[in-house]
Design a protein around this ligand. Structure first.
Ligand code: ATP
Ligand code: MG
Length: 288
């Protein structure tokens, strides 16, 4: 026990790269995993544990790790007693019910009596219960998408992000069970170590600032002096932009932080209002 805060992340898989990137953006300097079970950051009192994603909720519950980064789908399926501290905006996917292309399924009630193959039996059981449905669940450990073509199941319930796997297996979406993304979890009990508590607070503050910077962009442009009011109205959530004078007295420079996803929907309006030399920059960090 070195007093460091222990963070569990996925050793090798879809969440690994983004989890490592997030921790590095928080300013933590550490060697990239390779074959190690855990590494300590060089410049901060944290240890990073590399684990199978399925094991992360249990290790966090048992306090082998203080916090963990894992998909909500895994947290929900494992039903371990953990608390979600923050949603992280990556690893997005949906748990879907899907059926063969050549079959029709128009209402949820048609699921009654059917057989569904899944690696998520607990989430599926809850979903069926909630919707007052009765179906047979076949629990598989992987490759559920081939179950209908093998004649083992009528439907599947599986994680989908692009839908390519469904398409390749001649399946289509029937109904959505829920949307998932990567989250940070901790044990239900508060950390009883004062030092670790401080580290956790600081780490969460850093993560939140990285996340809010990611969802914002820094917009710079030149505008005719008399269109300032119009431009201010176009830019979302802008109360008081930074306005700078230019050598040309009829022009102003306007700088503002905007939500990343709004840029393309306002660019034409900005141009129409006379904006030129529009530059959009990424923001590395944003402290509230
Ligand atoms: P491990 O070896 O750690 O058990 P795994 O094979 O169970 O890995 P991955 O396929 O690497 O898991 O997926 C990890 C997580 O990534 C999933 O639990 C889910 O939250 C998320 N995810 C995002 N998109 C997808 C997708 N298309 N298919 C599966 N998982 C996805
Ligand atoms: Mg797994």
């Amino acid at each position: 026990m070195n007093g460091n805060l222990k963070i569990a992340i996925q050793k090798k898989g879809r969440l690994t790269e983004k989890s490592v990137e997030l921790l590095k953006l928080c300013g933590f300097d550490f060697e990239n995993y390779s074959e190690r079970l855990f590494v300590s950051a060089r410049n901060y009192p944290i240890d990073i544990l590399f684990l199978r994603d399925d094991d992360i909720p249990e290790y966090v519950k048992d306090k082998v790790a203080d916090i963990g980064i894992v998909g909500e789908n895994v947290v929900l399926e494992k039903q371990t007693q953990t608390v979600t501290l923050e949603k992280l905006g990556f690893g997005r996917c949906s748990l879907l019910l899907a059926h063969p292309n050549d079959k029709e399924l128009n209402s949820l009630s048609e699921i009654n009596g059917k057989t569904i193959a899944t690696t998520y039996p607990r989430i599926l059981t809850n979903f069926l219960k909630k919707n007052d449905l009765n179906a047979n669940i076949i629990e598989l450990s992987g490759s559920v998408e081939i179950a209908p073509s093998l004649g083992v199941a009528d439907l599947i319930c599986d994680i989908v992000s692009t839908g390519n796997t469904l398409m390749m297996n001649k399946l289509k979406k029937s109904f959505k069970v829920f949307d998932s993304e990567a989250v940070i979890i901790s044990s239900k009990d508060k950390l009883d170590d004062e030092k670790k508590n401080k580290i956790l607070k600081d780490l969460l503050r850093r993560i939140r600032s990285v996340l809010s910077a990611r969802s914002s962009k820094y917009l710079m442009m030149n505008i005719p002096k008399d269109s300032l009011k119009k431009i201010t109205e176009i830019i979302p959530s802008l109360k008081s932009p930074t306005v700078l004078h230019l050598a040309d007295e009829n022009m102003l420079a306007v700088h503002a932080v905007i939500p990343s996803d709004k840029f393309w929907s306002i660019i034409e309006d900005l141009k129409k209002a006379g904006a030129s030399g529009i530059i959009l920059l990424p923001i590395e960090n944003m402290i509230a």
